[in-house]
Design a protein around this ligand. Sequence first.
Ligand code: 4GX
Length: 246
Amino acid sequence: MWFGLVTLFPESFTEDHLIGVTGRALRDELISVRCFNPRDFTSDLHRTVDDKPYGGGPGMLMKVAPLREAIHSAKDAADKCTEVVYLSPQGRRLSQDDLAGWAAKGSVVLVCGRYEGIDERVINADIDREVSLGDFVLSGGEVPALAVIDGVTRLLPGALGDSNSVAQDSFSDGLLDYPQFTRPKEIAGKRVPDVLLSGNHQMIARWRQKQALGKTWEKRPDLIRERTLTEIEQQLLDEYRSETES
Ligand code: 4GX
């Protein structure tokens, strides 16, 4: 998997920021990360990378020529089909499907904005997709880009020890995870549900599916509405609701 980063802060993408699964993937050459710094595409003495917004107002935008040259050189280094993604609060919400799509393609270019953003015409001309991590404002696109690298990397075959764990993730079936428990059996008077100690794997699987449906219904009803429940799932959810009534 190849990640092209357009960033004024390439030091955000060195080994010491890629830790755990992504760090190992980098060392094992399962992923490679290449930065394209607009500052390297300046020609003035001060290597200027910002510019004033037309119409005035506070803050600066990224200077167009160095930004575009950095994006173009990332595109040139990537496969023809590679998507150019801009991380911004104006984008559509990043989804697990986006991550899976880029993992399947084998490459993606991530454009990290700084300052108050980038010229609208650059978005239209050079960006294929604008995505947001959520309705909050960060100081740049580098942290969201690291989140994308993390989320894509763990989907690559061989990145996780146990390939089963990806298939069992939240969202892989459009539901939140069921609750998990480990030792001790009792914490502050709260015991692990008996079924998990029963050794009956069929009962355990049924309980977990019921919990996943129930928790999703409680915390993320939007996900339940987006999904058509099978007859069995509807029955499990009904059971959950009657058991938790009171
Ligand atoms: N999810 N940021 C982009 C630059 C910027 C400023 C104004 C457009 C308009 C963010 C997020 C995010 C901070 C990345 C501002 N771009 N990115 N950057 N939330 O907050 O993805």
